[in-house]
Design a protein around this ligand. Structure first.
Ligand code: NAI
Length: 331
């Protein structure tokens, strides 16, 4: 039988953590035949709640779950982990300046980067979920120089899945028949949900989404703003931010990264830019990628029209500003 994989979830006592850890323990993230050992990290004020989650994991008697480490010690949390899902962070509170939130998260991600670099398993794959996700991932990368940049990513798969969902609702087709939407850029409201390469499986073969929707005003307007603003709409409705969809998308992200994307399908991941599509190198930017043998590759050669170009640049500009703000917090 397979050796267990150690999966770290930081912020495990929080909302997303509560939805995510049972998914991992059931094999949703790494496969139904893959044993796991869960490492759950949170901070001392959440220690009691974290222990409650650990009790529930024991109570659920998950056959794949071979062990649980619940801790507030960063080193213990990071030791030997093969996959790290970084959900913990400092939330923006009323009246706080953007710079103050950034500064808190920069110091958290700097410290956790060092712990991962020193104590995680070689070739550990890192997914940053906590906001500002792209910039937290960039800080993590900068302060864990021995972790290959290919191993550090941030979550935009939720936005990607939201885009698939909107197209499926609009066309009244199965969401599993829609593919190859793209989220470009930041996991923020400047992200660009792009359907120019998306298709739908129909009885008459694969058809472009643009042709089937046949309403450019909707695709260039309401569709984009709905996906961009979906997080805010969930908060308004639930009085809490997205949790089950975020957890499920985090599982999709890691599963596809580790086990590969289906032939002919690409997904969106926030990864370190190499300058593809004239996106400035050195940002963590969401691109269309395919995955094989545990590695992602940016899909090359997609046509970018003038309208899209502006949107790709706008979200890159925001990320450059965030990067500068993060660096100003370091000094
Ligand atoms: P939450 O507030 O319920 O949970 C966050 C947890 O992190 C808390 O238990 C807190 O104690 C813990 N924490 C704080 N500092 C920590 C540290 N230094 N080390 C370890 N744990 C720490 O928040 P929720 O709803 O679970 O969201 C978590 C994060 O995910 C937020 O930053 C949120 O904005 C982000 N998010 C990102 C999405 C994405 O698509 N990238 C989607 C939805 C949320």
């Amino acid at each position: 039988s397979k050796e267990p994989i150690r999966v770290l979830v930081t912020g495990a006592a929080g909302q997303i953590g509560y939805a995510l850890v049972p998914m991992i323990a059931r094999g949703v993230m790494l496969g139904a035949d893959q044993p796991v050992i869960l490492h759950m990290l949170d901070i001392p004020p959440a220690a009691e709640a974290l222990n409650g989650v650990k009790m529930e994991l024991v109570d659920a008697a998950f056959p794949l779950l071979k062990g649980v480490v619940a801790t507030t010690d960063v080193v213990e949390g990071c030791t030997g982990v093969n996959v790290a899902v970084m959900v913990g962070g400092f939330p923006r509170k009323e009246g706080m300046e953007r710079k103050d939130v950034m500064s808190k998260n920069v110091s958290i991600y700097k410290a956790q980067a060092s712990a991962l670099e020193k104590h995680a398993a070689a070739n550990c794959k890192v997914l940053v979920v906590a906001n500002p996700a792209n910039t937290n991932a960039l800080i993590l990368k900068e302060f864990a120089p021995s972790i290959p940049e290919k191993n550090i990513s941030c979550l935009t798969r939720l936005d990607h899945n939201r885009a698939l969902g909107q197209i499926s609702e609009r066309l009244n087709v199965q969401v599993s028949d829609v593919k190859n939407v793209i989220i470009w850029g930041n996991h923020s409201s400047t992200q660009y949900p792009d359907v120019n390469h998306a298709t739908v499986k129909t009885p008459a073969g694969e058809k472009p989404v643009r042709e089937l929707v046949a309403d450019d005003a909707w695709l260039n307007g309401e569709f984009i703003s709905t996906v961009q603003q979906r997080g805010a709409a969930i908060i308004k409705a639930r009085k809490l931010s997205s949790a089950l969809s975020a957890a499920s998308s985090a599982c999709d992200h890691i599963r596809d990264w580790v086990l590969g994307t289906p032939e002919g399908t690409f997904v969106s991941m926030g990864v370190y830019s190499d300058g593809s599509y004239n996106v400035p190198a050195g940002l963590i930017y969401s691109f269309p990628v395919t995955c094989k043998n545990g590695e992602w590759t940016i899909v090359q050669g997609l046509a970018i029209d003038e309208y899209s170009r502006k949107k790709l640049d706008l979200t890159a500009d925001e990320l450059s500003e965030e990067k500068a703000l993060a660096y100003s917090c370091l000094s």
